[in-house]
Design a protein around this ligand. Structure first.
Ligand SMILES: C[S@@+](CC[C@H](N)C(=O)[O-])C[C@H]1O[C@@H](n2cnc3c(N)ncnc32)[C@H](O)[C@@H]1O
Length: 385
């Protein structure tokens, strides 16, 4: 077994408070790629919890949620307590989907469902609760400041109109008429300049990106979403550019009214691991998991580290296992690892529908005996609502 593998960023200050209040990876892409089936055992990076909680809807038997940032796990457990203890209106208010003047009272209700360590964390951070949980992460706030600047310069009405467009043609026309131009391009260049974004997040995030011009890349991807993917259900773009969820039907699947009871009933299937994935995989028995949601974890490690982690994933996977990961800027195609097959074509097709700014998406499969694995034809993800 490979020893001495630990995350190179585990001690960064960035990981001591909530960094991601929501998951920015598209859950529809995630499920289309992972094809979670009833009974699967999933290993999933926690982050803001939205995607892992949404995976419960596909009826896995168990999920191990891992994160090396304790604040992320405190956040996920608060969301879980809210799912259990609040009605749907209260849940949406605490998360921030709905406006609210009673978030402290809602927290007190959810608090009964929390273990002592989580209660202590949130009791010491009560002012965060007032903001609505989706606004409290450092990364989330950075992106929302960008949206605020755009709104200040263009006016909220133009953006609201764009998101309300009923057809893609109309959306495209409004984008080119009202938004596109030198100001738009310059804002991306400045706000997402390597120096600015590295300061706002953490320099280690982009250490392995061997080019500059981040702003142009993010802009082109955003323009793709503004012109080629419907915006009306794109809650990622809505959080950034409108500073809010604009529609209670355009939310992560676990927040839909009809899903709360199912998610609540299955929350007991989640176990937590506080620490780095490297250590968890090092201590995991062979053939434990069927599905791996690895977020964009490998942005932060070099190629050798990636290969070593994927070997651990393969060892801990059952036959017919599937894994996914995203990359923000730097493509990290799957290195050759024995027992791991890449589905690059499927991944590229899904990335075209992804509702956020990722540059690269990877799907890997740990094959089983011929005929054992259902080979799902990767269909276009269903519409959000
Ligand atoms: C990779 S980050 C990216 C977040 C993602 N882009 C999103 O939208 O949710 C997600 C989470 O991974 C955690 N993380 C990063 N590297 C890790 C590792 N090696 N082991 C465990 N957790 C890790 C971070 O603390 C963070 O909460």
């Amino acid at each position: 077994m490979t020893a001495n593998l630990e995350s190179p960023v585990r001690d960064r200050p960035f990981l001591r408070s909530v960094s991601y209040a929501s998951c920015w990876e598209d859950p529809l892409i995630l499920q289309s790629a992972l094809q979670v089936q009833p009974g699967n055992r999933i290993l999933s990076i926690a982050s803001g919890g939205c995607n892992t909680l949404s995976l419960l809807l596909h009826d896995p038997s168990a999920i191990t949620m891992v994160d090396m940032n304790p604040a992320q796990l405190h956040l996920v457990r608060l969301k879980m307590a809210a799912i259990r203890k609040l009605d749907h209106a209260g849940l949406l208010e605490l998360i921030g989907v709905r406006d609210s003047t009673r978030r402290q009272a809602l927290y007190q209700q959810a608090r009964f469902g929390l273990a002592q360590a989580d209660q202590e964390y949130w009791d010491a951070n009560l002012p965060l609760i007032d903001q609505g949980l989706f606004r409290i992460g450092r990364t989330d706030r950075y992106m929302m400041v960008f949206g605020k600047i755009i709104r200040a310069l263009y006016g909220r009405r133009k953006l609201e109109r764009l998101f309300a467009a009923e057809t893609l043609d109309e959306q495209r026309r409004l984008f080119h008429r009202d938004i596109n131009g030198p100001v738009w391009r310059t804002l991306f260049k400045v706000f997402f300049h390597r120096a600015v974004i590295s300061r706002a997040k953490d320099p280690t995030h982009f250490r392995y990106v061997d080019f500059d011009g981040f702003g142009d890349r993010f802009r082109k991807r955003t323009e793709w979403m503004f012109t080629d993917i419907p915006l009306h259900d794109n809650y990622f773009m809505s959080m950034v550019f409108l500073g809010r969820y604009r529609d209670e039907r355009a939310v992560p699947p676990y927040l839909l009214a009809e899903n709360q009871a199912t998610v609540a009933e299955r929350l007991d299937r989640i176990q937590f691991f506080l620490g780095d994935l490297e250590s968890l995989l090092g201590a995991t028995e062979d053939h434990t998991f069927d599905r791996f949601n690895l977020s964009n974890l490998f942005d932060w490690v070099d190629d050798d580290h990636l290969t070593r982690m994927l070997k651990r994933v393969v060892r801990s996977s059952k036959p017919c296992g599937r894994l996914v990961y995203w990359n923000t800027l730097m493509p990290r195609p799957m290195p050759p690892v024995e027992g791991l097959e890449s589905h690059a074509g499927e991944a590229a097709a899904l990335l075209e529908k992804d509702r956020f700014i990722y540059a690269h998406f990877t799907i890997g499969e740990i094959p089983g005996n011929p005929g054992d694995c259902e080979s799902p034809a990767v269909a276009a993800p269903p519409p959000c609502s």
